[in-house]
Design a protein around this ligand. Structure first.
Ligand code: ADP
Length: 549
């Protein structure tokens, strides 16, 4: 890893002979249309029916949309918002908007109305494309402030009137099916995405054409998300948050069939999609797959076509890993963040593990994985010195690379997360000799008990291994003597029971005694962020006096 630049006289370098062709999204688009034209894109619609067309049809509609955008007055550099589920129309926006030089701002539909209003304003969006079923949500956001000028285009049927809104299909109808795409600089902004504010205010990350293309290449490698043209991919990760992990670019680039779940994110709908469309690879956060697993167990069935599941966003609970592997589905654990486009690592098997015991192999594959070739990393201790690469010593993780953001959109404050060309992820981790990253915690979520750190992730994993526990979040709460002590917030599976001492005893058999949570609180459901992660900030607030009562 290079940390200092070599003191060389570079004035004597000479140019190469390669064509100077910018790395823009047009490359992925043209390739999908020309070389994978017959491959399908399928969307599950709100009424449960399925819409399907091919990448060739997609190409024509993207051109029609581009003409419609120009007619609507969208100019290069303008921000265009989308407020929608994963669908073929959202995919069309992913291409048409950046390919005319404008920027697609994908708005997280699960934000509170005030936050939606805030990001629309911060981004300076002029037009918002909204799914028919989401019109009420967007109307609520617009009601927060009346002075945000916005034109609306509604995608698909709606039962709610949005005054002045245009209809997506009417805008496309009759438009030419080809477009004379402009030549763009590869550093042109393409997509804007705000972090979901697990911590602090949402911050905007502006992906470029170049970073988007490079990210897709790196993410698709065999030891990455392992995508082939034969695959049928179901991105349950939303297009409204971190580009659905790059799948909208990766699948067309490779020629894989895409199955878009629309609003059908419940386990029964997802199982139906996998069955019907013969999905081979699906991607999503652990909560989605925990629910799917429970439904499969209830029905006593399996998903035979599903070869692999990419799981990320939060740590994969070992019990989920075991259950899925037992059903014949390989789990690919991945880690990343909005600021990294987002894929940083994926847990493929290293050659040195070929002769390892199944137990050793499982332990490695449960880690967050090995780094993408386009991500450089360093792990530093409190004094800023690199920690040993021993899989034990934890430190703060910094990254750098062509698909890592170097700043936040329209945020001038100097943030300590950017330093010397590196980005501080806010994650605390170890890295072992084979290069597997293991997240210990987010630095904000670590529990500081006395002088010792306790990983909330470790405790959550152990708790979720208990047969009665559906989900568990561990937080650190103020404590008079120890500064902070861990408290577990637990939701039980239907029809199951276990009490506080019972769970403390279970944990006590698995971790050091001083790490056992002081209290276990039972709730019906754990509050979540817009993308399904535990909202620990809210839990810390709700229970802040628990240990002093
Ligand atoms: P935010 O939650 O702030 O919007 P992201 O959705 O981009 O940001 O989430 C990034 C964070 O999610 C990472 O920094 C990390 O803490 C957590 N994360 C992502 N993948 C994993 C994983 N596989 N295991 C544990 N934590 C993860």
């Amino acid at each position: 890893m290079q940390t200092t630049r070599p003191a060389l006289d570079l004035s004597t370098t000479i140019p190469g002979t390669m064509m100077d062709v910018p790395l823009t999204i047009h490359w992925i688009f043209q390739h999908a249309v020309n070389n994978h034209g017959a491959r399908e894109v399928v969307t599950r619609l709100d009424d449960g029916s399925y819409f399907r067309y091919t990448y060739a049809d997609f190409g024509k509609r993207v051109a029609q949309l581009a003409h419609a955008l120009v007619e609507l007055g969208v100019k290069p550099g303008d921000r265009v918002a989308s407020f929608g589920w994963n669908s073929h129309r959202h995919l069309e926006l992913y291409y048409a908007v950046p390919m005319i030089g404008a920027v697609l701002h994908t708005v997280n539909i699960r934000l509170f109305p005030e936050q939606v209003c805030w990001v629309l304003q911060h981004a300076g969006d002029k037009i918002c494309f909204v799914d028919g079923s989401l019109v009420p949500a967007v109307a609520r956001a617009m009601a927060v402030r009346s002075d945000v000028p916005m034109e609306f285009v509604v995608m698909g049927p709606t039962t709610t009137e949005l005054p002045g809104a245009r209809d997506y299909e009417e805008l496309l109808a009759g438009q030419p099916e080809t477009f004379d795409w402009p030549d763009l600089d590869e550093r042109t902004a393409a997509i804007l995405c705000y972090t979901s504010a697990t911590t602090g205010d949402p911050k905007g990350v502006m992906f470029t054409h170049r970073s988007t293309v490079l990210h897709a290449y790196a993410a698709g490698l065999a030891d990455g998300l392992a995508v082939t043209q034969r695959d049928v991919i179901l991105p349950v990760v939303p297009q409204f948050h971190v580009n659905a992990w790059g799948v909208p670019f990766l699948a067309p680039m490779i020629g894989a069939k895409l199955v878009m779940p629309g609003s059908g994110m419940d386990p029964a709908s997802l199982i139906d999609m996998v069955d019907r469309e013969k999905v081979t690879l699906a991607l999503g956060v652990p909560t989605v797959w925990l629910a799917v697993r429970d439904e499969l167990v209830r029905r006593d069935t399996t998903l035979p076509t599903l070869k692999a599941l990419v799981i990320g966003g939060s740590a994969v609970p070992p019990s989920l890993y075991d259950d899925l592997e037992a059903k014949g589905t390989r789990v690919i654990h991945a880690w990343g963040m909005t600021e990294m486009s987002p894929i940083g690592t994926a847990a493929a098997m290293h050659s040195d593990l070929e002769d390892a015991t199944p137990r050793e192999r499982r332990a490695a594959l449960l880690k967050q994985g090995r780094f993408s070739p386009l991500v450089a990393w360093k792990v530093l201790d409190d004094e800023g010195k690199p920690v040993p690469r021993d899989g034990v010593t934890a430190g703060a993780l910094w990254v750098r690379g062509p698909a890592v953001t170097g700043s936040y959109y329209r945020l001038d404050a100097e943030l300590p997360v950017f330093e010397d060309g590196w980005f501080h992820t806010g994650d605390v981790c170890t890295i072992d000799e084979l290069g597997y990253l293991q997240l210990v915690d987010r630095s904000k979520d670590l529990v500081k008990s006395g002088g010792e750190w306790i990983s909330s992730v470790d405790l959550e994993n152990e708790l979720m291994g208990h047969p009665a526990v559906r989900e568990a979040a561990v937080i650190g709460l103020p404590h008079e003597k120890w500064i902070e002590r861990p408290v577990a917030v637990v939701a039980l599976r239907e029809g199951q029971s276990v009490d506080e001492p019972g769970l403390q005893a279970w944990i006590g058999e698995r971790v050091a005694k001083w790490q056992i949570p002081d209290r276990v609180v039972f709730v019906d459901a754990i509050p979540r962020t817009g993308v399904g992660k535990f909202l620990k900030r809210e839990l810390r607030e709700r229970y802040k006096d628990l240990l002093s009562e």
